[in-house]
Write a protein that binds this ligand. Structure first.
Ligand code: MG
Length: 298
């Protein structure tokens, strides 16, 4: 073929389209409509929000359109009344509860496992009283268990029913959190977590995704969230390279994952779990704008 300028342009356009294919799977594959359109509900961890008191933190977050507040699970059983009072008459609600249990759920030591089960039950009771979407659980950080991958998985499935029964009685759920390999070898991908939820087959065993960990472990954020669809009830967000405020690393972008959340009709929260290089009173509203803009684009 003799390539003149016109055919050269159309050939390079085709080549460009072919290269872009993997990123435009959504356009090429007809995605089913979710039962309910997804909605964006921003949340922020207690330790991330600026303010010297619970009231100041909640005032700040409400002022910037946040709908969820994520406290840590440590000491939560003693804080139920304090939090209930602080939330009275406000639009903002408790989103997830971030871990805070003692012991290790998939420890090789019975004593450590029992400690995790007992302290998690206390936190689950408090989480339910606060109307939380769920309590986040990491089965084991690196170095916390001598069990290998397969034994950890078997152990997790063995202890989940007791915890999940308690969660459902308390009117909440467990949220398994996949981490990146520097923090945990067992449970690194959202789809793996979904497979564990599928095996557990219990309404109290659910899942979350964290954009920070997903940066390192997921070939596609969109595919990860779609794989987790049935069980996904919480999302964490941070900047993609240094776990600072979204927008503080160059090129921070969450559109691909948000496309997945839209496909599954996600109804729960996206919660800030991150540091910040700048003044949080400035960086949090900027992050909220970036997240809203990415959501609109997805
Ligand atoms: Mg997280």
């Amino acid at each position: 073929m003799k390539v003149n300028r016109r055919t050269f342009l159309s050939v390079s356009a085709m080549a460009g389209a072919a290269t872009a294919m993997p990123h435009s799977v959504a356009a090429a594959v007809a995605m089913p409509e979710p039962a309910m359109p997804a909605r964006l509900r921003l949340s922020c961890q207690e330790g991330v929000a600026p303010g010297n008191s619970l009231k100041e933190k909640l005032d700040f977050l409400e002022e910037h359109g946040f709908e969820g507040f994520e406290p840590g699970g440590g000491g939560l059983p003693k804080r139920v009344e304090e939090l209930q009072k602080a939330l009275e008459g406000r639009k903002i609600k408790i989103s997830a509860i971030c871990a805070g249990f003692e012991g290790v759920p998939v420890s090789d030591k019975e004593e450590e496992r029992q400690k995790a089960i007992q302290t998690s039950k206390e936190i689950l009771t408090a989480a339910g009283a606060l109307g939380s979407t769920g309590m986040i659980i990491v089965p084991a950080f690196n170095g916390q268990t001598k069990l290998g991958h397969w034994e950890s998985r078997e152990m997790l499935l063995k202890i989940l029913p007791e915890l999940a029964d308690h969660a459902v009685q308390a009117k909440t759920r467990l949220l398994l959190e996949p981490l990146n390999r520097r923090e945990a070898h067992f449970l690194r991908q959202v789809a793996d977590g979904a497979a564990i939820c599928q095996d557990a087959n219990h309404p109290g065993v659910c899942l979350m995704g964290d954009f920070w960990h997903m940066t390192w472990e997921e070939p596609s954020d969109m595919a990860a969230f779609i794989a987790g669809a049935k069980y996904l009830h919480h999302v964490h967000i941070a900047s993609r390279k240094n776990r600072q405020m979204p927008g503080e690393d160059p090129g921070d972008n969450y559109v691909n994952g948000m496309k997945g959340l839209k496909v599954i009709g996600y109804q729960d929260y996206i919660s800030l779990e991150c540091g910040s290089k700048g003044d949080r009173k400035v960086t949090i509203p900027a992050a909220a704008k970036l997240i809203r803009d990415n959501w609109a684009e997805a």
